[in-house]
Design a protein around this ligand. Structure first.
Ligand code: NDP
Length: 224
């Protein structure tokens, strides 16, 4: 069975991705900051590993721990929203923290786990981005910091796809839609089950032609 490694697997979209991959028979390496507090995740009886994506040492430690394992799908889901603040309120530390978690971490994770992915059958790296990353869409209240971090993430994913093509790896950025989670809130349009099912289908359909793309959970291409 193929193996998927999922970050931020203890709640929200990451937890549901874990549930659906596990019930489809995949081996899931479910990562979260605090495994001892991840009751819902532990109940799924998957392999749970500690990973704080904001901590480069934590990423390296896990990659070493998993040395020799092949990972078919490296799924960067962990992310933070920050405060919904508009023009005139930029806060440097917060802006940089969003860049660190949302954009830099998937790059560091790709560097640390490239051998695991190269050794696998499917060789895919995916990241959960946001429609708010789209440069064509600036027409609502979401913050500069969040939008900029996800736009950075999109560039990281596209460049990874370009750089890792010769190893047979494809990389893509996938927006989950507006989803009912702690981050999306209860008014969100989508149930987490539907978003996760869509994301899994998009990942299953990734091939060299789709590598480097920016897709919605419904498989539609989103303008950069
Ligand atoms: P939640 O806030 O519900 O969950 C976020 C997850 O990310 C949690 O598991 C959280 O862990 C984890 N996380 C945050 N920081 C770190 C870190 N430093 N190290 C490890 N894990 C971390 O969000 P969603 O499930 O809604 O979001 C998942 C992804 O989807 C994110 O990338 C988000 O930006 C994106 N997204 C979500 C949308 C939505 O409508 N919900 C819309 C567009 C994009 P912990 O419990 O430890 O905090």
């Amino acid at each position: 069975m193929p193996t998927v490694l999922i970050t931020g697997a203890n709640r929200g979209i990451g937890l549901e991705l874990t549930r659906q991959y596990a019930s489809a028979g995949w081996d899931v390496i479910a990562c979260c900051r605090k495994p001892k507090e991840a009751g819902e995740l532990t109940a799924l009886k998957v392999e749970v590993k500690a990973l704080d994506v904001a901590d480069a040492a934590s990423i390296k430690t896990l990659a070493t721990d998993l040395k020799g394992r092949s990972i078919d799908v490296l799924l960067n889901n962990a992310g933070i929203l920050g405060r919904r603040i508009g023009f005139g309120h930029a806060e440097p530390d917060e802006f940089l923290e969003l860049q660190r978690v949302n954009a830099l971490a998937p790059l560091l994770i790709a560097e640390a786990f490239v051998a695991h992915v190269t050794a696998s059958g499917q060789k895919k790296i995916a990241a959960i981005t946001s429609g708010l990353a789209s440069i064509t869409n600036v027409n609502d209240a979401a913050s500069y910091a969040y939008r900029a971090s996800k736009a950075s993430l999109n560039m990281v994913m596209r460049k990874l796809d370009y750089d890792l093509k010769d190893r047979g790896i494809v990389a893509a950025a996938i927006s989950p839609g507006w989803v009912q989670t702690d981050m999306g809130g209860t008014d969100a349009a989508l149930k987490v089950e539907d978003s996760a099912a869509g994301i899994i289908k998009v990942i299953a359909g990734l091939d060299a032609a789709k590598g480097g793309g920016f897709f919605g959970y419904d498989g539609e291409t989103i303008p950069w």
